[in-house]
Design a protein around this ligand. Structure first.
Ligand SMILES: Cc1cc2nc3c(=O)[nH]c(=O)nc-3n(C[C@H](O)[C@H](O)[C@H](O)COP(=O)(O)O)c2cc1C
Ligand SMILES: [Mn+2]
Length: 503
């Protein structure tokens, strides 16, 4: 027996999506070179169900791909349904409810994983010369990419030499050879930090990669929890059950027992190879490859008929926005709250490709704090731009808490009607940040600093806890009783009733 449910068992997650019509079992032959990715891209862009490709040309029979594992849904009652299923939550879960859950678990005691003797990930074990990554349907995701990507929706497992800290984290990996991968391990990310601590000893970094992982574990591996925090214990706290893990065949690490595919081996201390380009989270491909560490695969274990999940990165919404953006939002909100700032919610608008985070300010508490706009902007910048989560996001938009920041229409309205040109923007040229942001100058990208700002959409009266104008919408421009009558009579007026909830 292995643990069940969509949060802790990827196969159950896929079955649940199929059962509710949020995944499509694609039986036609599909080429893993570009075709599967092109279908997946159109799925994101039309908010269609996730494609499960079961007949991949050139691949071993039975091997499958799942595209758009956390794409959005066109059903207004379950826009975030696939994301919610990652945590075993109802399809109608709202972003605010999800952030509450994620933050509560950050403050709960970690629940350490439970070691089990075996599990579905050991149904097939391949060692040494038997390892051939080409047996899997490794997809080519975009025609501009420098290679085929095995790891776009899986996580790396590494442990510090003294064993005190185990990190699970997502970072892409490209097929390099029959038993090698190549991919980034940025020094600011925990994969890079732990890799460096082995390099300093002149030793290879024991490493594993988990694909088709328990969805809640995958999401935690895409979350900027602080250094030294074990993602495995966080997943236990989040789901209320320890994650069942098994020992790898070769290197003493532990991996989720029901994973679809596990690669194990080591990261070379010194060997690099060109990696990329790849279409990236911000929505562009830049035509360059970079030297990155080489990952050596000494054993592969997998379930029967394994499913390799893929993220086809690019213009939103894809998993860099729905998973990464959501997990950054939780970490950033927790940071701002812990620093005592008067914030209501924080949300990386998916449409902004993780290049901005919107923060709604509790204007009553703001008035109580007695801060002016520059003081608030500086305090927010200090709090966020110095944090692991804030390193990832270059822009912060501040709005009053009358705005539902998870509704992009309201954010655009606030930006257009409240941001004051010339005085409403505060730049932080010395703040450290991820060098992948598209608009950075070459010097900023090299220095890993700058291109960061706080944009205020707060009006002067918000600092006194007041609003001047009355919002002219359904909620604010009519008496409550009339609103209710209109809602109750909606169908009788002759309108379809499935237009989604009134906001
Ligand atoms: C689908 C997806 C793909 C990602 N790809 C990368 C990547 O290639 N490189 C990277 O540094 N971070 C990538 N991330 C973001 C990291 O996983 C995230 O910043 C996480 O916090 C890193 O783990 P760490 O905080 O333990 O270092 C990706 C996230 C998601 C959801
Ligand atoms: Mn981490």
């Amino acid at each position: 027996m292995t643990q069940r449910g969509s949060a802790l068992n990827f196969r159950d997650f896929v079955d649940e999506l199929l059962a509710v019509g949020d995944a499509v079992d694609v039986r036609r032959p599909v080429d893993p070179l570009l075709e599967a990715a092109a279908v997946t891209r159109r799925v994101y862009e039309t908010r269609s169900p996730a494609p499960l490709f079961g007949n991949l040309t050139g691949a071993e029979p039975g091997h499958r791909l799942l595209g758009a594992p956390a794409g959005l849904s066109s059903d207004p009652a379950g826009t975030y349904g696939r994301l919610a299923a990652h945590f075993g939550l109802p399809r109608a879960t709202t972003p605010r409810e999800l952030l509450d859950r994620l933050i509560t678990a950050m403050h709960a005691d970690p629940v350490a994983p439970r070691v089990v003797d075996s599990g579905p990930c050991k149904e097939h074990v391949l060692r040494g010369d038997e390892v051939d990554l080409e047996r899997f349907p490794v997809p080519l995701l975009h025609q501009q990419d420098g290679g085929r990507y095995f790891g776009t929706y899986g996580f790396h497992v590494v442990r510090t030499p003294d064993g005190r800290w185990t990190s699970w984290s997502i970072s892409r990996s490209m097929l390099h050879g029959r038993n090698t991968l190549v991919g980034p391990a940025m020094p600011q990310q925990h994969l890079g930090m732990i890799h460096r601590s082995w390099q300093e000893r002149g030793e290879p970094t024991p490493w594993a990669m988990v694909l088709g992982a328990p969805p809640a574990a995958l999401a935690a591996a895409g979350m900027p929890l602080p250094a030294e925090v074990n993602e495995d214990g966080y997943v236990g706290a989040l789901t209320g059950s320890p994650v069942e893990v098994v020992r790898t065949e070769t290197n003493g690490l532990y991996v989720p027992a029901n994973a679809e595919i596990v690669l194990e081996g080591y990261i070379s201390p010194d060997e690099t190879a060109p990696e990329g380009p790849m279409g990236e989270y911000h929505g562009y491909t830049f035509a360059e490859s970079k030297p990155q560490p080489v990952f050596h695969v000494e054993a592969v274990t997998h379930r029967s008929d394994p499913i390799l999940p893929i993220c086809v990165a690019g213009r939103p919404p894809e998993e860099n926005h729905t998973i990464w953006g959501t997990m950054i939002s939780a970490s950033a909100l927790d940071q701002l709250r812990s620093d005592g700032l008067p914030v209501d919610l924080a949300w990386c608008s998916y449409e902004a490709a993780t290049c901005w985070i919107v923060v709604s300010v509790d204007i009553r508490r703001l008035a109580g704090a007695g801060m002016d706009e520059r003081q608030l902007a500086d305090a927010v910048a200090d709090s966020l731009f110095g944090s692991h989560a804030g390193w990832l996001v270059p822009k912060v938009l501040l709005v009053a808490d009358d705005i539902d920041i998870t509704d992009i229409d309201q954010v655009v309205w606030a930006l257009a009607t409240r941001y004051h040109p010339g005085t409403g923007e505060y730049a932080y040229p010395d703040a450290p940040g991820i060098p992948m942001v598209p608009y950075l100058t070459a010097a900023e990208a090299r220095a890993g600093r700058g291109g960061k700002s706080v944009v205020s959409c707060l009006l002067p009266e918000h600092f006194a806890g007041r609003t001047r104008g009355v919002t002219t919408d359904f909620r604010h421009a009519y008496p409550r009783a009339l609103q209710q009558k209109v809602l109750d009579t909606w169908a009788d007026y002759g309108f379809a009733t499935t237009g989604g909830p009134a906001r």
